[in-house]
Write a protein of this length. Structure first.
Lengths: 288, 304
């Protein structure tokens, strides 16, 4: 039971991270290997705002989310857009270029964080009294983080499925070639999709900072987990990513409690391997 | 034929250099040879096919760690053989599970592979053998290591040159250009990629094994340093990953730059390297050698 509750809480954060990544890859077609670094940047931002400015984390998140959107907007405009332009008419070129460019970005961001915050593990204590959930004592900060992820994730689903903007985003994700025919500015929508994904990464990072210790070297692990969830759920599949995120959180908590916390990444990879061999189109994806 | 003679003469000259070099210069030479070997071996697969492998250090570290585990129980050549076999086995495992699918899965898998291997070894050492960190005591001088590394670099470049002339090389280039076309012209995609990836990864594992005695003390955090993967990719790209001599042209200046940066800016050098990497992707996407060819073509036309 403890595993179930804690796993679901962890899974909520993973699902949110994966949603952001699936937006960036599905809509903007950018494979962002620096995604985990953006997440960590937001996490450090929250700690900084909390410790030096004394801002309560819940207020800080309200600031961090738009800051994430702005960061994504700038990254897309100045870094990704030239790559997109260069790759028009050359299939596969954008994928390779974006992988390489964001791989470089990863080291830049990681280097900046190491200089600013050092390589030590960081955490804050905020609302860590226990709350009884279904007979399990869960720290309040975890529950709040879970609620944030749930609100952001469900909000996104509603937005994508029932608003005009969501319709446009989905149109570009589905057929970027035909979207201009119905008057959609693909460049603008891609930028919005990328920025929205970055904002989700920032919210995810900020909620991780509320209940977990982390260090400037953890970026690769976050990116990896988000990527694996996206693949499990099927690329561009929002509901699939949510479900896969919860599944991964559960498996990871189970492995950490019954076997060894040092084996969680191995468990993640094992799932990845199983998905690749059994259903490479994702657990919830359709065969193309 | 003349090219081959020049290359062999260069190799002989490089082999004689350590007889006159100081201890510090010899260290630099070993570093350069290491990265020439790594970048060339990396380009053997990734340069031709456009399948970006981000797992260089996963194999490199595995090679080094194999030596650390086995150096007291087996003779040195047998240790190297074991390292090569383990590297090849790992490459087959990764390749079989990802190379049948689209390239993105391969990139993602290799992206996390180094971290996975590092965590697995750490877990094994801490909870099963109870020791973290091992010593390597081998009776090898710096010169021996340099000669071995030089030989590996020569093998990597020689093997690339040879493969370029065979059907395998043609198939790899076809895959790099357009996989659908390659499949329609009868190329067995998965097998071709698997062979090249395994060759490349085995070489990288051997580089790690040969380099390891320089450390003396080895632990997972030291040998699985992500900077190695990063440097290898940027070196091959800077020179031109699909050229025979491209990785060498990129590796030597970047290694010296890296040495200088890491001595003078020990904290901030990753930022500079990252920016340099992005700059290479934007300004010289096909490498310096291709850039030079472009310039020559432009000036040649103007001359006429």
């Amino acid at each position: 039971m403890t595993t179930l509750v804690l796993g679901l809480v962890l899974g909520g954060t993973y699902a949110l991270l994966a949603l952001g990544l699936t937006l960036q890859y599905g809509i903007a077609r950018i494979m962002n290997l620096a995604y985990g670094e953006v997440t960590l940047l937001a996490a450090f931002g929250l700690v900084f705002l909390f410790q030096t400015a004394g801002l309560p984390p819940l207020v800080a998140i309200i600031l961090i989310a738009p800051a994430g959107y702005l960061t994504g907007w700038l990254l897309y405009t100045f870094m990704m857009r030239p790559l997109v332009q260069r790759a028009t008419g050359k299939p596969g070129k954008l994928e390779v270029d974006s992988i390489l460019a964001t791989f470089g970005l990863l080291f830049v961001l990681q280097g900046i964080m190491l200089v600013l915050f050092g390589a030590n593990f960081t955490s804050i204590s905020y609302l860590d009294q226990g709350v009884n959930v279904l007979g399990v004592s869960v720290a309040l900060n975890r529950l709040i983080a879970f609620a944030i992820c749930l609100v952001a994730g469900l909000g996104l689903i509603v937005l994508l499925n029932w608003s005009r903007w969501g319709l446009i985003l989905r149109a570009v994700a589905l057929t970027p070639g035909s979207a201009p025919l119905v008057g959609i500015d693909v460049n603008k929508v891609s930028r919005q999709g990328f920025a929205l994904g970055t904002a989700l990464a920032a919210v995810g990072g900020a909620s991780i900072a509320m209940y977990q210790t982390f260090s400037a070297n953890d970026g690769v692990i976050f990116t990896m987990k988000a990527l694996i969830i996206v693949i499990m759920g099927g690329v561009g599949n929002v509901a699939g990513a949510l479900a896969a995120g919860f599944a991964l959180g559960l498996v990871e908590t189970f492995v950490a409690t019954t076997f060894d916390p040092g084996l969680t990444l191995a468990a993640t990879f094992a799932i990845f391997l199983a998905v690749l061999i059994w259903r490479p189109q994702g657990l919830f994806g359709r065969r193309s | 034929m003349i090219r081959l003679a020049i290359a062999l003469l260069g190799l002989v000259a490089l082999a004689v250099v350590p007889l006159f070099a100081s201890e510090y210069e010899l260290g630099l030479l070993i570093g350069m040879a290491t990265y020439v070997a790594l970048a060339s071996a990396w380009a053997l697969f990734s340069g031709q096919t456009n399948y970006i492998s981000l797992a260089t250090v996963a194999f490199y570290g595995t090679g080094a760690y194999t030596v650390a585990v086995l150096n007291e129980s087996l003779p040195y050549p047998a240790v190297l053989l074991c390292a090569a076999l383990i590297g090849a086995g790992m490459a087959l495992l990764v390749g079989l599970s990802t190379l049948r699918l689209s390239g993105i899965y391969f990139v993602i898998f290799t992206f996390g592979l180094a971290e996975l291997v590092r965590q697995l070894i750490t877990w094994y050492e801490v909870s099963i053998t109870g020791t973290l960190g091992r010593y390597i005591f081998l009776d090898l001088t710096a010169r021996d290591i340099y000669w071995q590394m030089l030989a590996l670099a020569a093998v990597a470049i020689g093997l690339t040159a040879w493969i370029n002339r065979t059907r395998l090389g043609l198939a790899l280039r076809a895959i790099g250009d357009d996989e659908v076309v390659a499949a329609h012209s009868g190329i067995h995609l998965a097998r071709t990629k698997l062979i090249a990836f395994t060759l490349s990864a085995t070489l990288i594992t051997l580089v790690g094994a040969v380099a390891s005695p320089r450390w003396v003390y080895v632990e997972p955090l030291i040998v699985f340093n992500p900077t190695v993967s990063f440097l290898t990719v940027i070196m091959a790209l800077l020179g031109g990953a699909n050229r025979l001599w491209g990785p060498l042209v990129g590796a030597i200046p970047l290694f010296l730059l890296f040495e200088w940066l890491s001595v003078n800016f020990p904290d901030t050098y990753p930022i500079f390297l990252g920016l340099l990497f992005i700059a290479v992707v934007f300004v010289l996407p096909n490498g310096v050698l291709a850039g030079l060819d472009d310039l020559r073509a432009r000036f040649g036309r103007r001359g006429k």
